[in-house]
Design a protein around this ligand. Structure first.
Ligand code: GLU
Length: 256
């Protein structure tokens, strides 16, 4: 149960946080920050993993063509400023400060770098400053190519011994089959182990463009091995995180 968790990692992807015009989806940002502040006021430690740098950079630089991988890296460097400004300004409304952390998967694998990253995160939490992490797109391309920070968020959750990873998506969770007529009867509510059947469902969902489910299942697999539960839920609702306490909220929970 998320209400019993102490350390929570919340991941929000580009397609949720940014719009097609390369701007910030203000409604989503407002709703997510409101709920993170509620968690902080409930004495939870929260770490945010946010993508959106490429999308915002593309908007600012007014680039319409398909970007090469190297171009995406450069565009991310421009967009990262916009991304952090958006988070900073929204948290400021609640008198909360944020800090930017850029990490690569290799930093997490390396013993010395991961120890330093952990110490930085712990100190920021002690300073009541909300860490906002993105992949370091200048030096690494893993999450640009695949996953949109899902795997990075899982690695961070394991690194800091988080109890929960919340993957905010633009769908309600993992569907057995694509939802028909907006009914949620095909939503998988709880997963206790990641079987081939679950992976097959995620594969089908990803093919239909329903939120890159495969990387989310991979993220859940990484977390569950380290006793960290994962929730996939839609970030498009009014209280995307607070509403998870209400059992009626649509989500898929991966119980560690
Ligand atoms: N680090 C990338 C970004 O912030 C994530 C990958 C993506 O969204 O495509 O844009």
């Amino acid at each position: 149960m998320i209400s019993k968790s102490n350390k929570i990692v919340i991941k929000i992807g580009s397609s949720l946080l940014t719009n097609k015009r390369g701007g910030v989806n203000r409604t989503v940002l407002k709703n997510v920050v409101k709920d993170i502040v509620w968690l902080l006021n409930s004495k939870k430690e929260v770490i945010v993993v946010s993508s959106g740098a490429i999308s915002l950079g593309r908007g600012k630089l007014d680039l319409k063509h398909d970007l090469t991988l190297n171009e995406s890296q450069a565009v991310a460097a421009r967009g990262q400023i916009e991304l952090m400004t958006a988070w900073k300004n929204e948290f400021k409304k609640y008198k909360k400060q944020v800090a930017q952390i850029l990490l690569s998967p290799s930093d997490i694998k390396n013993k010395k770098s991961s120890k330093n990253a952990m110490a930085t995160l712990e100190n920021l939490l002690n300073f009541n400053c909300v860490p906002i992490i993105n992949e370091n797109d200048t030096t690494s391309t893993d999450e640009i190519k695949f996953g949109d920070n899902d795997i990075l968020a899982a690695q961070i959750a394991v690194l800091i011994n988080a109890d929960h990873l919340v993957l905010l998506s633009n769908v309600d969770g993992l569907y057995k089959e694509p939802p028909k007529n907006n009914k949620n009867d095909d939503l998988v509510l709880e997963v206790k182990s990641i079987t081939k059947k679950i992976k097959d469902m995620a594969g089908a969902a990803s093919k239909l463009g329903r939120g890159g489910m495969i990387s989310k299942i991979k993220a859940a697999e990484i977390c569950m091995k380290s006793k960290c539960s994962v929730i996939i839920t839609s970030g498009l609702k009014d209280n995307p995180i607070k509403s998870l306490i209400n059992k009626k909220t649509k989500s898929t929970k991966f119980i560690a």
